[in-house]
Design a protein around this ligand. Structure first.
Ligand SMILES: Cc1cc2nc3c(=O)[nH]c(=O)nc-3n(C[C@H](O)[C@H](O)[C@H](O)COP(=O)(O)OP(=O)(O)OC[C@H]3O[C@@H](n4cnc5c(N)ncnc54)[C@H](O)[C@@H]3O)c2cc1C
Length: 314
């Protein structure tokens, strides 16, 4: 990119930030400006958010979305950041974080209503305590409920979508919509949902004994401990498994385990994980991803598809 183009991009970003400061002058919730997103993502790389908000209530979120809509502002919804690789230039516009919308309640008929910012493992524990089975797999998935719905999070043979009865979304106009799950489209680690912010979801589960739920959960967690590099910052599986194959095994067979760029490394424990050895940069992780893709394509003729979401500005 030539220098004047870069200058134009920088100037536009500064103008956007000034506009945000004016538009949100009377907002009485907490705003963080230029907030480093390394604090909010499990891989701990990438740039900053121009502006970050943490709505305490759904009406407050709705009012933020109305302002965003009225002024056509860029926005991004951040969950636990456990499936994200944020680029060095960070995220332009408003980043919405749902950490305060984290409640859960038991409804009648083995149903649970969980807010979008609730941790998925906490929801799994709550279900276990109520003697409800179905969410055991979620105990080791370090996302929030909203992120788990968007990603249709799961493990082989089990995923989020079949457990959903409905979701409630604050749409881009700031209006609340309750949407039955059967009208939504989900597939392997992805979904096509209406745009907006998922503020809650209703899960329909089945009764079972607490002991059996706990045993299943512990088995899943033990397997993760044994196979995943959980003592390092990481973003979970980098690639989706191609049909009938394992992305991790293809990367392992390519001889790439342990391959390192800067402080980003392809885990020795699991070929489909990039670990941050402490000082990794987003650029290092992106370069590793290219290396993994190109090598597997050259050796096996298979084009790996990303599971991790790469987002933000260069
Ligand atoms: C150690 C480790 C193990 C993992 N294991 C698994 C696993 O076994 N199975 C699996 O499926 N995944 C796994 N993951 C990946 C990740 O935890 C899941 O994809 C998780 O569901 C992402 O949720 P999140 O809240 O972190 O979403 P984020 O990473 O923050 O966001 C993911 C996407 O969802 C969108 N989003 C988030 N919240 C909302 C909302 N409320 N409304 C609208 N959009 C929203 C974001 O904009 C983004 O596009 C693992 C990750 C790690 C680090």
């Amino acid at each position: 990119m030539i220098v004047t183009e870069l200058d134009d991009i920088k100037a536009a970003r500064i103008a956007l930030k000034n506009k945000l400061k004016t538009l949100f002058k009377h907002y009485d919730g907490k705003i963080r400006w230029d907030e480093p997103l390394t604090r909010y993502t499990s891989l701990k790389v990438g740039g900053a958010a121009d502006m970050m908000v943490f709505p305490q209530t759904v009406p407050e979120l709705s009012s933020i979305m109305k302002t965003i809509w009225k002024h056509r502002l860029p926005y991004f919804v951040l969950g636990a950041g456990s499936n994200l690789l944020i680029k060095p230039g960070g995220i332009k516009g408003v980043v919405i974080h749902l950490k305060h919308l984290n409640h859960v309640k038991l409804l009648d008929g083995n149903r649970l209503q969980a807010e979008g910012g609730l941790s998925y493992p906490k929801l799994a524990i709550f279900a276990m305590e109520k003697g409800l089975t179905g969410l055991e797999f979620a105990a080791g998935i370090p996302g929030m409920v909203g992120g788990a719905v968007v990603m249709n999070a799961g493990i082989p043979g089990m995923e989020t979508a079949p457990l959903l009865e409905s979701i409630t979304l604050i749409n881009e106009q700031g209006i609340s919509e309750k949407i039955p799950a059967e009208t939504l489209s989900f597939s392997y680690r992805t979904s096509q949902l209406p745009k907006g912010v998922i503020v809650s979801a209703v899960f329909a589960l089945t009764s079972a004994s607490r002991e059996s739920i706990e045993t299943t959960m512990k088995t899943y967690l033990k397997r993760r401990q044994e196979t995943q590099p959980l003592s390092f910052s990481n973003c979970g599986s980098v690639f989706k498994n191609p049909p009938g194959l394992h992305a991790g095994r293809l990367i392992e067979q390519s001889g790439l385990k342990g391959y390192r760029i800067g402080d980003a490394e392809i885990s020795e424990r699991h070929g489909n994980f990039i670990i941050n050895r402490g000082g990794a940069k987003a650029e290092d992780c992106l370069a590793l991803i290219s290396k993994m893709k190109e090598t597997v394509l050259d050796l096996f003729g298979i084009a790996l598809q990303l599971e991790v979401k790469v987002t933000g500005q260069d």
